[in-house]
Design a protein around this ligand. Structure first.
Ligand code: NDP
Ligand code: PYC
Length: 339
């Protein structure tokens, strides 16, 4: 049986923050990164938990992200678009900087967009979705990645795994949140299968010659497939357009050209849209939050589960018992702290 240790959320945060501080990140960058990585581990989202620390450190070492960046907020007064220039740093501190003005703008105008430019991005999107729903607003979040996914009908990497996330605030419950890659699975899952020596499920990937494969090595050298065939392929393309080209930032093929590898965190932009359900439903019959509850009850009433339900259950367990880490993960944290 694998031996596990349990760390409190605060203890894991302190260790991850210390690792990043030691690697030269300023307090703003290190703190925001530690918050998102620890949240991933706390919610049992292993593909974006502590496994990501080494990739972030490699990206710093390669000079492909600025560890001391101080993001700059452009309020763009009167407009629905709030912009943060991440200044070549990570996306997470840029988001934290932009959130208050962006949420205030969405409440005042009914909807607003937060554009983040020039950021290194490796994290899950749900922490940002939850930050927006925590303000009583619905949220749509998306970003490109690097070219690793073949468009449906093609055979070469072109699109990114382009994550897409949505949240709806629920006054008396945890929000409704989904967050997924527009590829069949996140690329992090391929890497975790490779490390564990496990074959991939069928339908995830093709090899460099375009043939279906379940071998993680062959898949990493080939291309991943979009989820839902042509539908995921089109949504992935939409994300390249909206969160790459429209916001004046890099698309996934351009990111790969810039980095020359998929072993570092990608550098691109991010688009976050907030919508006020009250503003959109004003003057129409029914309270949008009460009507949404009826919909959720009907879904759960059929025996289905809501997205994020597994994650919220894992969070409750971590909060009560601490975050479970394997001996190998504890050793990894210790090694990185000593470096
Ligand atoms: P998953 O397929 O694991 O999960 C996708 C979503 O579906 C989750 O919200 C999940 O909720 C929900 N879900 C899963 N099973 C069910 C079910 N049976 N019924 C209802 N809902 C369900 O996600 P991916 O592997 O596609 O992505 C994982 C993460 O990777 C995401 O957080 C994404 O943001 C991140 N990512 C980041 C990228 C980047 O460039 N920064 C690129 C690609 C991915 P639950 O969590 O509760 O299971
Ligand atoms: O898991 O696909 C992924 C990913 C790419 C960049 C960050 N996460």
């Amino acid at each position: 049986m694998t031996q596990t240790s349990r760390l409190t959320i605060a203890d894991l945060h302190q260790r991850v923050d210390a690792i990043f501080r030691k690697a030269g990140l300023n307090a703003q960058q290190a703190g925001a990164l530690a918050r998102v990585i620890v949240a991933g581990e706390r919610d049992a989202c292993k593909s974006h938990g502590i496994y990501r620390i080494e990739g972030a450190l490699r990206t710093v070492k390669a000079g492909k992200v600025k560890p001391d960046a101080v993001p700059e907020l452009d309020l763009n007064q009167g407009s629905a678009i709030v912009r943060v220039d991440a200044k070549g740093g990570f996306a997470n501190p840029a988001f934290e900087l932009g959130l208050p003005a962006f949420a205030e703008r969405a409440r005042a105008l009914g909807l607003a967009a937060l554009v983040i430019n020039d950021c290194s991005h490796f994290s899950a999107l749900w922490p940002e979705v939850e930050a927006v729903t925590g303000q009583g607003l619905a949220a749509l979040v998306m970003c490109p990645s690097y070219a690793t996914v073949a468009p449906t009908g093609g055979s070469k990497p072109l699109l990114g795994t382009n994550p897409f996330a949505f949240g709806w605030p629920r006054p008396d419950h945890a929000p409704y949140v989904f967050d997924f890659a527009t590829s069949v699975a996140a690329r992090g899952e391929l890497e975790l299968h490779r490390r564990a020596g496990k074959p991939l499920p069928e339908g995830w990937a093709i090899d460099a010659d375009g043939h279906p494969t379940t071998d993680p090595e062959a898949a990493l050298a080939g291309a991943m497939l979009p989820f839902g065939g042509h539908k995921g392929s089109a949504i992935g393309t939409m994300i390249e357009l909206l969160a790459g080209i429209m916001i004046g930032d890099l698309t996934s093929p351009e990111v790969l050209d810039y980095l020359g590898t998929t072993t570092l965190a990608p550098m691109h932009g991010e688009l976050i849209i907030a919508l006020s359900p009250e503003a959109f439903a004003a003057g129409r019959p029914g309270n949008p939050f009460a009507r949404a509850e009826n919909l959720f009850e009907s879904i759960v009433g059929q025996g289905a589960r809501l997205p994020s339900q597994r994650r919220f259950a894992a969070r409750a367990k971590s909060e009560a018992e601490g975050i479970a880490l394997t001996a190998a993960e504890m050793e990894q944290l210790g090694r990185l702290l000593e470096k």
